[in-house]
Design a protein around this ligand. Structure first.
Ligand SMILES: [Zn+2]
Length: 304
């Protein structure tokens, strides 16, 4: 499933239509795409894993959620079209729910989980049921912190819950908690302010880098190389993924070598290292390096 950084990346590609009139239709009849036909696209933005697209002078907003199978492609025409619109449309491939054509670009949405028109009230209701999104400037981390600390649920389930924080998916969940040396079974009300604030800031940093790179980078060396590439204005290559714990059940933690464990938590499997993330290892204001050998190593955990 696309995590928040990927959805923000798609919003960025859709913004290539902003300021342009478009032909808009739904080849498979998913929704009333004609509402946007011959209108000028005003904005495309992501809120967590949701996409919202608006047009000038049109009340409804197009609301998209890609879930597991949805995909958006946006391609530039080899030549800008004379007269603004194509006379004949390109052939269709796959199950296209929305096609957008402008003088310069061709966009297609296939197999979305949600593709619908929302009125202003519907947009407000959607925003209200989503937690703050670390990639949005208007995000309020205090709201996410309050929601975490008000709960007895495990922090690993809470940060994947889109009502608490919008945009974090299963990879970022596992890697963020590992980087914080935080036991995923820690109850939300035991997560202190400093721990939460560091976790939030790390989510902002990691997801911003993921948005720039176009893929999830969490390994310290790869992060440094990716940042350097972005500073030079270069594309970040798709190096082999090096997660510390995600997807590594039964294999060694990349930091300490302990066998990574996995268990269903929230909607998906949680991966964690029982040593790096031993219960009680992380306390207020403390952030330990991976080479900290002084701590007692505990290979077992108790369910929180
Ligand atoms: Zn470890």
């Amino acid at each position: 499933m696309a995590e928040g950084h990927a959805v923000h990346g798609i919003a960025g590609r859709l913004r290539q239509f902003v300021g342009q009139p478009v032909r808009s239709r739904s080849p498979n009849g998913t929704f009333e795409a004609e509402v946007f036909d011959r209108r000028v696209i005003a904005d495309a933005q992501a809120v967590g894993k949701h996409l919202l697209v608006t047009a000038v002078g049109v009340e409804p907003t197009v609301h998209l959620h890609l879930a597991m199978d949805g995909a958006v492609s946006v391609r530039r025409h080899t030549r800008a079209l004379e007269g603004g619109f194509p006379r004949t449309e390109p052939p269709l491939h796959g199950n296209v729910a929305w096609r957008l054509l402008s003088a310069t670009h061709h966009g297609e949405l296939t197999d979305p989980a949600v593709c619908e028109l929302l009125d202003a009230e519907g947009v407000l209701a959607l925003r209200a049921r989503l937690g703050p999104d670390p990639l949005r400037d208007d995000a309020d981390p205090d709201l996410a912190r309050r929601r975490v600390q008000a709960s007895r649920r495990a922090v690993g389930a809470l940060i994947l819950d889109q009502k608490v924080i919008a945009g974090i998916g299963n990879v970022y969940r596992a890697e963020l908690l590992h980087r914080a040396r935080l036991d995923p079974f820690t109850p939300g009300h035991d997560v202190d302010d400093d721990t939460f604030d560091a976790l939030w800031q790390d989510a902002v940093d990691l997801m911003t880098l993921g948005l720039g790179a176009g893929w999830i980078v969490t390994d310290a060396d790869q992060m440094a190389d990716a940042r350097a590439a972005l500073v030079r204005g270069e594309r970040v290559p798709r190096w082999p993924k090096r997660y510390a714990v995600y997807g590594r059940a039964g294999r060694p933690c990349h930091v300490c070598g302990t066998t990574v464990r996995a268990e269903r938590m929230g909607q998906q499997r949680m991966f964690w290292c029982p040593v790096c993330q031993a219960p009680g290892r992380r306390s207020a204001g403390e952030r330990e390096g991976p080479d900290d050998e002084d701590r007692p190593r505990r290979a077992t955990r108790t369910l929180g």
